[in-house]
Design a protein around this ligand. Structure first.
Ligand SMILES: [Zn+2]
Length: 321
């Protein structure tokens, strides 16, 4: 049989299979709308883009405001981005007091009052931003004055609510349900499609939560050192203590760097976790001083589950040492 004939019959078979599938379970095959008919969704940060694509699939076209490498606390949108907003149907924000949104949301909404704004933090219990106040801690240690939990509580400095809600798979489960409800509001005919995708993604998040719990189970030394304190919810969920170099958004002074080196040595840490949005030079100085190394823990992962798994593996390596 000639090559042409073989290709033709293969094509015919494939078409046959698709049409049988379409008839058997019409929901499985959702027509991919042409680009101009896709739902224009704007999100503040990269992880939200991943959540929206997991729920909206090929029905959504997602634009991210804070680009890769930019700091979500200080970023300012460009005029081109504000123009983009005027065409969107829905804006998904983190909520939870993320500074970029606090500063710019009113201006963004002004561009498009028809647009549905979804606060993905709706229903999530926020926690205070906790930073381990190293230098005071050090002075206290010198005075040999250790009194268990009260001592710990004493040296945590609280400054406002922690906006990094996406670093808890349990929080993300609520964020994706808020996103699902928003998509259904503007595209009710496809409600089943969004509900099914959400169910599937919730199971993946549940599996992630189990993976992290099991992978970090049993380690005694549950401290980890980061440059920017974005992992408070992660530390809460998995019973860890986040030590941070940056404090209240300020770069560390030489004194703070010395204190952090002492703490890292005391807790026998060998990794300093850095994020591409922030300077790495201080972290590198500290890593060298403790004969350790810097490792990546991205504050704004584009592929959430993948990134959380590799972050967990890095932490397990740290705690094993
Ligand atoms: Zn942050």
């Amino acid at each position: 049989m000639s090559k042409v004939k073989i290709t033709r019959s293969l094509l015919l078979t494939a078409l046959l299979v698709v049409s049988v599938l379409a008839m058997a379970c019409p929901r499985l095959v959702v027509e991919e709308p042409p680009a101009e008919e896709k739902i224009g969704v704007i999100v503040s940060i990269l992880p939200l883009a991943d959540f929206v694509e997991n729920i909206g699939g090929e029905r959504v076209a997602v634009t991210v405001m804070v680009p890769p490498g930019a700091d979500p606390h200080t970023f300012a949108p460009t005029p081109g981005q504000l123009l983009e907003v005027s065409k969107a149907k829905i804006f998904i924000k983190v909520g939870a007091g993320l500074k970029f949104e606090m500063v710019w949301m009113d201006k963004i909404i002004e561009q498009n009052r028809e647009m549905l704004v979804v606060d993905s933090s709706h229903g999530i219990e926020l926690m205070e931003m906790v930073a381990h106040d190293h230098h005071e801690e050090q002075e206290h240690k010198d005075e040999q004055h250790h009194e268990g939990k009260d001592h710990e509580e004493e040296h945590h400095d609280h400054y406002g609510m922690d906006p990094h809600i996406w670093f808890s798979p349990r929080n993300v489960m609520m964020m994706v349900q808020n996103i699902r409800d928003g998509l259904i509001k503007i595209d009710p005919e496809q409600a089943d499609f969004y509900i099914e995708n959400t169910e599937r993604y919730l199971q993946e998040l549940d599996a992630l939560d189990r993976y992290i719990r099991e992978r970090l189970d049993g380690f005694l030394n549950r401290y980890f050192l980061v440059y920017h304190p974005a992992f408070g919810y992660f530390a809460r969920d998995y019973n860890l203590t986040q030590l941070a170099i940056e404090h209240e958004g300020k770069e560390p002074t030489p004194k703070v760097i010395m204190d952090v080196i002492d703490l890292a040595a005391e807790y026998n840490l060998s990794y300093v976790f850095v994020s591409p949005q922030y300077p790495v030079r201080h972290a590198e100085v500290i890593a060298r001083a403790i004969n350790g190394q810097t490792a990546l823990m991205d504050e704004l992962p584009r592929y959430f589950i993948l990134s959380m798994r590799s972050m967990t593996d890095s932490l397990a390596r740290e705690m094993m040492e």
